[in-house]
Ligand binder design. Sequence first.
Ligand code: NDP
Ligand code: MG
Length: 381
Amino acid sequence: MISIALIGSTGSIGRQVCNVVRRYPDRFCFSALVARGNRELFFEQVSEFRPRRAVLTQKGAFSGMSPAIQGVAFSEGEEKALECIEESDVVFVAASGFAGLKYSLKAIACGKRLALANKETLVSGGDLVMRQVREKGIDLVPVDSEHSALWQALHFDRRGKFEQLILTASGGPFYGKSKAELAKVTVKDTLRHPTWQMGAKITVDSATLLNKGFEVIEAKWLYDAPFEKIRTVVQPTSIVHSMVAFADGSVLAQMSYPTMEVPIQLALTYPERLPSGLQIPDFASLGEIRFLPLERKAFPCYDLALTAGAAGGGYPCALNAAGEVAVNAFLREKIGFTRIAEVIEEVLSRTERARADDYESLCEIDRRAREEAEKIIGNAV
Ligand code: NDP
Ligand code: MG
């Protein structure tokens, strides 16, 4: 029986991890469930899975109640969540945002297998994280669908040789729109993703292409790939999840209907592949699988991410922090869609080169970038 500490159990990824554990109860159990503050769903999950530990990280999350389920120790706060990591076989980091980094670092420090959905871990702290992964020799398993596809095409060998990593992008809901049209899109339009059901932050990032820029940075760290060997191509139906090209000109693609349950399950069962309930694509009825170029002009977030990634140091961390603040403001309808990129660009221009090789420095860069972003947004209102 493999015990999993699931961080972010109530989110889109977390709920799908629960589906996998529900499918294979004789292989997997939860040693801990951790979420922030969605009490109702959290209690449903805890009653069903009976983890040894159940933690809500938000201060006061249990106020006005004293939760009691036999065999479950309830607690509150991030410190308690971090403690849970020590008592598991696998740590599944499915929390959103920069907050995920601390859990990933703790999992690595404890020598656990780390199933990593939280892409901010590598965007903000890739250098530090990969150094620690190497030092500890832990098994870092990608969950993001593109990176899982690359890993599968590389036969589960993150150090495998390749000529190019080709990331696919759906293009998001606004592919083909002009800058002027984009200035008018609403939050509702943005949250209507054509192929994936995800949390709000990543759905907005998919529409701005910041998400694809993040994924280039993620690929660089996971596969030790220079940026010039990473390409992005649009594949509107999200059937091809990414591809690896080799020296002889061959390309291996990983395909399936779009659902995160495949990469999530594989992260837990690999090298074994088990039924996931998903049908094999019916290629004859799919007809064609189209590839289109990425449109970079109308979606400046992609290039902003690549520039920050190439600059290295604290810039990708500032990029992420600015993105979190800007997207949050967009979701609250304080700024428009095209302003997201402007805020990020302005924060990056105000960011100075600084030490970014330990967790405390990254927290400081994150804090400052958030402060700048808030100021810029405040000034803009
Ligand atoms: P959601 O917003 O749906 O869920 C986020 C989860 O994290 C919730 O359970 C939330 O708890 C929890 N959480 C937030 N802050 C903290 C914290 N400080 N400590 C512990 N838990 C916390 O996000 P998604 O599931 O969409 O995404 C999760 C991560 O996976 C992101 O990094 C995203 O980029 C990545 N990812 C997601 C994909 C997807 O298909 N959704 C695909 C590829 C990557 P609560 O609900 O209680 O607030
Ligand atoms: Mg992805």
